[in-house]
Ligand binder design. Structure first.
Ligand SMILES: NC(=O)c1ccc[n+]([C@@H]2O[C@H](COP(=O)([O-])OP(=O)(O)OC[C@H]3O[C@@H](n4cnc5c(N)ncnc54)[C@H](OP(=O)(O)O)[C@@H]3O)[C@@H](O)[C@H]2O)c1
Length: 268
């Protein structure tokens, strides 16, 4: 029978909840999943929903954990790390915190076995996209474990150098907001064109989900898929002409560059 080791999560918020839920769905015994979470409401919710072991603060039993997932806000990382790290020097450390570099993870945890992950909110429904990076010295079996951990929330992709995590943050980390922004405008347009709010939302959300599913399953470029629904002189061509004229392409690219710049600034 497969044995399961203890995994400890530091921070039991949205992202930790998504990963823990994925692990439990995948058959990891909840009793082997420990969550350090000072917030009593968050702790009780995790115990009730997923049956994990919740700790109000770090304790010596954490030495049993061979994998630690860091899922607190970056600004509380240093304070959260101090009491945990004394017990977990021998563990693999996986961080989902935005903008905390591997050097900072190693300095705070006392371990060179560190992996950075940048998930996104569709992880909450098992449709996430996570970028992963580990320094060259991190062993293949540690990389495999980090990959298996995040695969419970969706797809994963490794990047070759740490600087590219800023690009991942700008595209898949912040990207759901770009898609929601487009959907907000489509829903508003639908209502202006006479559809009720419910129909506007359904038509918009399913269209975006369907376009993404088609792109994911197709071997063609997304440009080719767009060309296929854009007959000359037709309705889509009329719409795309306005998007071109208003500079949608430039706006999206500039937005992503701004996000990447901000990610770089935040990680110091
Ligand atoms: N959500 C996303 O889309 C997303 C995507 C990529 C990366 N991330 C990263 O994931 C991390 C967590 O994000 P989140 O959305 O899950 O945030 P969150 O819901 O606020 O979760 C963080 C949790 O950590 C708790 N906490 C605070 N101090 C702590 C301590 N000293 N020890 C243990 N737990 C402590 C917080 O409790 P209190 O509420 O009482 O402070 C909160 O419940 C962040 O670093 C973020 O950058 C998030």
């Amino acid at each position: 029978m497969k044995t399961h080791s203890v995994m400890a999560f530091v921070g039991g918020g949205n992202m930790a909840g998504a990963i823990v839920a994925g692990l439990v769905r995948g058959g990891h015994p909840p009793a082997q999943l420990w969550v350090v979470e000072p917030n009593v409401a968050a702790r009780e919710a995790l115990v009730a929903r997923l049956g994990v072991r919740a700790l109000a603060q770090a304790e010596a039993a954490l030495t049993e954990a061979d994998l630690v997932v860091w899922a607190v806000k970056p600004q509380v990382f240093a304070a959260a790390a101090a009491p945990v790290a004394v017990h977990t020097k021998a563990a693999l450390h996986v961080s989902v915190m935005a903008g905390v570099r591997c050097a900072a993870l190693t300095a705070a945890t006392g371990s060179a076995r560190v992996v950075r992950a940048m998930p996104n909110t569709p992880a909450l429904v098992g449709q996430g996209m996570t970028g992963l990076y580990a320094p060259p010295a991190v062993r293949a079996d540690d990389r495999d474990r980090a990959e298996a951990l995040l695969t419970t929330t969706g797809l994963v992709r490794w990047v070759a150098n740490e600087g590219l995590m800023d690009a991942v943050t700008a595209i898949s980390g912040s990207g759901p907001a770009y898609a929601f922004y487009l959907m907000e405008a489509m829903i508003q347009a639908a209502q202006e064109l006479g559809l009720d709010a419910d129909a506007a939302r359904q038509l918009t959300v399913q269209t975006v989900a369907g376009a993404a599913a088609l792109a994911a399953q197709s071997d063609e470029s997304v440009a080719a898929l767009r060309a296929r629904v854009t007959s000359p002189g037709g309705t889509t061509a009329a719409a795309v002409a306005v998007l071109d004229q208003r500079g949608m392409d430039a706006a999206v690219r500039e937005a992503a560059r701004a996000a990447a710049r901000r990610a770089q600034e935040l990680s110091g």
